[in-house]
Design a protein around this ligand. Structure first.
Ligand code: C2E
Ligand code: CA
Ligand code: CA
Ligand code: CA
Length: 277
């Protein structure tokens, strides 16, 4: 029994070691990915009730040298753990600004939404970074929306709102991502410079079949409209979901039903069909 126990422990340790090694490998690979431009920022359209594009969310993609893709659900949390998210986030923000300039040059005013992780937002230099990259690229701040999660609002409330106000004064708009999945109180919503709420996909998934799912979505919509906020429904996959949302006065949809995340050039081409015809 004793020998078995030892074996058990040895096995467990070997497993842990493999996991640690895997993490370290990926951390090194990610550092190289930034250097070797294996990262891309894809765009997914957001559309109005008539299917017309009204914005796009920028989503990071990592394709390894061997052609395999690493999903963001894997490397974003890893990068948050190692601190590499600061580098990734800065890269994404600069790329977003370059895209905003491209859009503006092509005569399009639709905004681009950038995911900003809490540690990136809280970094001491974040405001200066944003100002510097806007200046360097000449991107119009009015064309950028920062998506932040409710988690950002749980801690250091005063500082967070103050920083949001500074960025909002520059012309940046704010969106609460995955709305409804965190523990935010509704009271905070009206005390910060918000433009938009994004209803999390988990709620949209339940519609229109589930009555309480529908009630949750309609409640969020009513509240948001009352506060004058734009609402984006995330993860719209079916016509039934879209009809329910349109009937419920949701004016903005994002999901596979309309378009998948794709290289930015595709968004530009979709917006300017005459240029590619
Ligand atoms: P998110 O911000 O909630 O992004 C929406 C996710 O839903 C994206 O996954 C998108 O591809 C996916 N999606 C869109 N429409 C549908 C649909 O109809 N059905 C389904 N099943 N999924 C849909 P993705 O691109 O894998 O990104 C996952 C998460 O990684 C994002 O969730 C975000 O939290 C994070 N992420 C991605 N890019 C960035 C980035 O540049 N910076 C930061 N900080 N996080 C990022
Ligand atoms: Ca997002
Ligand atoms: Ca989301
Ligand atoms: Ca999400």
């Amino acid at each position: 029994a004793k020998a078995e126990g030892r074996n058990g422990i040895a096995f467990f340790e070997a497993g842990m070691q493999a996991e640690v090694e895997q993490r370290l490998n990926m951390e090194r690979e990610l550092a190289a990915a930034i250097e070797n431009s294996q990262l891309a920022l894809y765009a997914q359209q957001q559309v109005d009730c008539d299917g017309r594009p009204v914005g796009a969310e920028l989503l990071m993609r990592w394709q390894r040298a061997d052609g395999s893709w690493v999903p963001p659900s894997l490397f974003i949390p890893l990068a948050e753990g190692t601190g590499q998210i600061l580098q990734l986030g800065a890269w994404a923000l600069r790329q977003a600004c370059l895209y905003a300039v491209e859009l503006a040059n092509a005569g399009h005013t639709l905004p681009l939404s950038v995911n900003v992780s809490p540690s990136q937002f809280r970094h001491a230099d974040f405001v200066e970074q944003v100002q510097a990259v806007l200046q360097e690229t000449g991107a119009p701040a009015s064309q950028l929306i920062f998506e932040v999660t409710e988690g950002l609002l749980v801690e250091k409330w005063e500082e967070t709102v103050e920083r949001m106000n500074v960025l909002a004064a520059l012309g940046i708009r704010f969106s609460i991502d995955d709305f409804g999945t965190g523990y935010s109180s509704l009271a905070y919503l009206k005390r910060m410079p918000l433009y938009e709420l994004k209803i999390d996909r988990s709620f949209i998934m339940d519609t229109p079949a589930d009555a309480s799912g529908k009630a949750i979505v309609q409640t969020i919509l009513a509240m948001a409209h009352h506060l004058g906020l734009r609402v984006v429904a995330e993860g719209v996959e079916t016509v039934a979901q879209a009809s329910f949302l349109i009937d419920s006065n949701c004016h903005c949809m994002q999901g596979y039903l309309y378009s998948r995340p794709a290289p930015f050039a595709q968004l530009l081409a979709a917006l300017s069909p005459q240029a590619t015809a």
